[in-house]
Ligand binder design. Sequence first.
Ligand code: FE
Length: 132
Amino acid sequence: MANKMPKSEEEWKKKLSGEQYCVLREKGTEIPFSGKFVHNKENGMYVCAACGNKLFSSDTKFDSGTGWPSFCEPENIKSVELRDDYSHGMHRTEVICKKCGSHLGHVFDDGPMEGGKRFCINSVALDFKKKK
Ligand code: FE
């Protein structure tokens, strides 16, 4: 990332698009099947749209049918923070970028692969670096 990490929400607002700000900084959720990476099958690395932190390899991406990009596991468990989320009258586990503290999505225990995790991540919270 060329420019330095924003320190205040005002700085984040300037750096991010309105949609990105809503998801990443205000824990919003994009409309299912609206995101640009739902059906992306290219090989590469998904990074945090806010700070560039490497988050999910395309190797772990699968089609969950939910309308959000879904992954079995993060590239490195240390690059994400998992936090209990009791909003909207339910208990979910929120996934946060450890480097910049931005909201990415949630993780559920109904994944199809070994480990059983389904990281359900907003497209707008991600950038994609295609493998060359
Ligand atoms: Fe980040």
